[in-house]
Design a protein around this ligand. Structure first.
Ligand SMILES: [Fe+2]
Length: 138
């Protein structure tokens, strides 16, 4: 939601569309801090547990959210939403300033992390959004 405010101001796109565009990337960012919770969302979405552990189920959950959003025509990247490339860092700074939405995120943010997240969402790079070595989701 915090990223969408500056993005919406620049692109004049609907709030929900911007939020939905960001969601898979933000879930990827939060994965290291919220794996069981994300896996639980997968179960609620009807994903089979099979013999998958929580890490695998959480990865599958994010892929499923991205698949679902793609199927209903949600914009895949901030570039597709119309964000100018030269406003990525400005967007990150503005988003980070919306305290009430940043403070309650499961994984803390600093400016470099937010810049990397916005860049990842701009370019459609899910592994960059996750910001950890050996990212499994692509
Ligand atoms: Fe919102």
């Amino acid at each position: 939601h915090a990223v969408q405010y500056p993005v919406g101001a620049l692109t004049h796109t609907p709030h929900g569309l911007g939020v939905a565009t960001m969601l898979p990337y933000v879930m990827g960012y939060n994965l290291p801090a919220a794996t069981p919770e994300i896996a639980e969302i997968g179960t609620a979405l009807g994903l089979p547990r099979q013999d998958r552990n929580a890490d695998q189920l959480a990865d599958a959950t994010i892929r499923e959210v991205a698949r679902l959003f793609n199927a209903i025509g949600i914009t895949r990247t901030l570039a597709d939403l119309g964000l100018p490339e030269d406003r990525i860092d400005w967007t990150a700074e503005q988003a980070l300033g919306i305290d009430r939405l940043i403070k309650n995120n499961p994984r803390p943010f600093d400016l470099p992390a937010m810049q990397r997240l916005v860049r990842a969402a701009y370019g459609g790079d899910m592994s960059a959004a996750m910001m950890r070595d050996g990212a499994r989701f692509q």
